[in-house]
Design a protein around this ligand. Structure first.
Ligand SMILES: C[S@@+](CC[C@H](N)C(=O)[O-])C[C@H]1O[C@@H](n2cnc3c(N)ncnc32)[C@H](O)[C@@H]1O
Length: 248
């Protein structure tokens, strides 16, 4: 990630004031650690473009992200190369403040077809405001498990699915849904240490495990299985795209 992530049409001062106003207005939604994180990581975002998922969601919402270099839009561009958007799409793990789904909803409105439903147990904001702008977007504050009924659903998407990755692969296999998920760089162990080599090794092992499982299940169902690169956080995250073959 580079500095180009920052939308230079706005000054850092203007952005920081906007961030503080947003945090005060929405204080019931943030705990102390999140406020400290969002304010203290701001300088690093301006200088290095670095951010975590929560700050990326908030900075995207506030218009701080350069639209020409927006990670959610980049993810959407890759999705569009493989899957149709004019269908019923479910996003699992949309985050606190839905970002990716908003861009999907916007494209679907242009197409005049398709819905997007987002699930996350931490979904907090904007329900009314977002629904007003995007009537095709449904927000559900809920953790998904294998028994969850996701219908209507043709395609599951998830950006950095994290712990939900294996669940998505299994849910999709069980119900014959197509899916498109990027795998994060967590090791999925209780005590992650970002700079630790072992941690990175565990993250790679986790990715391998999910990729192999999804490939085996896709082959069994005679589905197309593709791995695509997603360039984020100085690391190329794999995207798994699985799609039913069209009947000739
Ligand atoms: C790494 S964050 C990614 C957030 C968002 N996709 C983004 O890119 O900004 C992973 C999210 O997945 C959510 N999540 C994990 N397991 C889930 C499950 N079983 N059902 C729904 N959401 C889940 C977490 O609450 C978290 O918000």
């Amino acid at each position: 990630m580079s500095k180009e992530l920052f939308n230079k049409l706005l000054s850092p001062d203007q952005c920081f004031k906007k961030l503080l106003t947003f945090l005060i207005k929405n204080k019931q939604h943030f705990n102390y650690e999140q406020v400290v994180h969002l304010t203290s990581s701001f300088a690093r975002f301006i200088q290095e473009g670095y951010q975590t998922d929560l700050s990326l969601q908030v900075y995207d919402h506030l218009g701080f992200i350069n639209p020409n270099n927006n990670p959610y839009i980049q993810f959407l561009d890759i999705l569009k190369k493989k899957h149709r958007l004019d269908q019923d799409i479910v996003e699992i793990g949309g985050g606190e403040l839905p970002a990716f789904s908003k861009y999907i909803a916007r494209e679907q409105l242009k197409l005049g077809k398709g819905t997007i439903t987002v699930y996350d147990p931490y979904l907090e904001f904007n329900k009314r405001e977002l629904h007003y702008s995007y009537p095709n977007l449904r927000l559900v504050k809920k953790e998904i498990d294998l028994d969850s009924d996701l219908k209507p659903c043709d395609l599951i998407v998830s950006r950095f699915a994290c712990d939900a990755a294996e669940l998505i692969v299994e849910q999709a296999d069980e119900n014959d849904y197509d899916y498109f998920i990027s795998l994060c760089a967590c090791d999925h162990m209780p005590y992650p240490f970002l700079e630790n080599l072992e941690y990175l090794e565990d993250a790679r092992n986790y990715r391998e495990f999910i990729i192999n499982k999804s490939r085996a299940l896709a082959e069994r169902k005679n589905c197309d299985h593709h791995l695509l690169p997603y360039d984020m956080y100085n690391d190329v995250s794999p995207i798994i795209s699985v799609q039913k073959r069209l009947k000739k």
